[in-house]
Design a binder for this molecule. Sequence first.
Ligand SMILES: Nc1ncnc2c1ncn2[C@@H]1O[C@H](COP(=O)(O)OP(=O)(O)O)[C@@H](O)[C@H]1O
Ligand SMILES: [Mg+2]
Length: 348
Amino acid sequence: MSKLSIRAVSKVFAGATTAVDNVSLEVADGELVCLLGPSGSGKSTLLRMVGGFEQPTSGTIAIDDQDVTRLPPEKRPTGMVFQSHALWSHMNVFNNLAFGLKLRGRPKDEIRDRVEAVLELVGLKGYGGRMTNALSGGQQQRVALARSLILEPKILLLDEPFASLDQHLRERLREEVRDIQLRLKITTLFVTHGQDEALSMADRVVVMRNGATEQADRPEVIYRDPQTPFVAGFIGTMNFIEGRVEKGRFLHADVAVDLPVDDGPITLAVRPEALDLQPSGTGRATIHRVTDFGTHGLVDLHLSDGVRVKSLVRSPEPFRSGQTVDLNPRAFAAFRDNIKLYRTADAH
Ligand SMILES: Nc1ncnc2c1ncn2[C@@H]1O[C@H](COP(=O)(O)OP(=O)(O)O)[C@@H](O)[C@H]1O
Ligand SMILES: [Mg+2]
């Protein structure tokens, strides 16, 4: 039973970069939380503070209610896997894994059994005698993961562990890591800038921007009900249409729809799958390109104010480039001044 509590943690580097800005986050026992955000948003700095590799400027970090904020990495019940594996290339796999246990003075038999068990867990049974530089990139990352797990940390920390691997391998490894994490029920904080990775692995996703938490929610909520325009635009494809509300109606040269909010400027956010099209002689939105993906079509459009939007259609048949259309947003959210004012009852 291990939970992680990050309370009002900030990190200001010399030169006054605020890398992490007052972040609070609870990771429950056995939960896998992904920190997702663009490069430079403070994900690694936050993770490194949990691991003890950076000191917070302010705030506290607790594991199972024990304050670990001032403890060095080796005194913390955490295990960290980095993007570049940093295995010892002059040792074989067995010795890479046994190293931490030897340091702790564990008996030989126990070390052998635990190395075997962890190799099996990460799918590398029988690889103990291999030199690490004779392993593929994916196998090396498995060893790096095993090296953390063998010490039975309460909290597992992963910083873009698959970033250097190709797409196919990345997808496989993230499934494997998720399986292992679920089997061990190990509380995990996982850093990624890949939305697919976050949405497919996480119990909860924390979207970070400029060192701060933008939204923390279950993956499907992050996708269906983004709370800010940044989250809306960062996860999946989103169309943003700028207009005004007057007397309960959103108005734009090409789009009009009922919207029960106060008068004023509004950004309408519509997913491509929720933007319906109708061929029209009077519409001014113009189709730029139609792509047929077999299972569906994707229509690229230019609105009359020059904004480009996308619509996902069941069949691309009725549409062709140069045609004018009417746009009907079936489901949408509405933002003003960075705040969500409205969302249609059901997005799908
Ligand atoms: N050791 C450091 N010294 C100074 N600035 C740093 C240091 N580490 C990170 N930063 C800065 O902190 C910000 C967040 O970086 P980082 O946590 O690595 O972001 P991410 O992992 O989301 O890409 C960036 O502006 C980065 O340049
Ligand atoms: Mg990083």
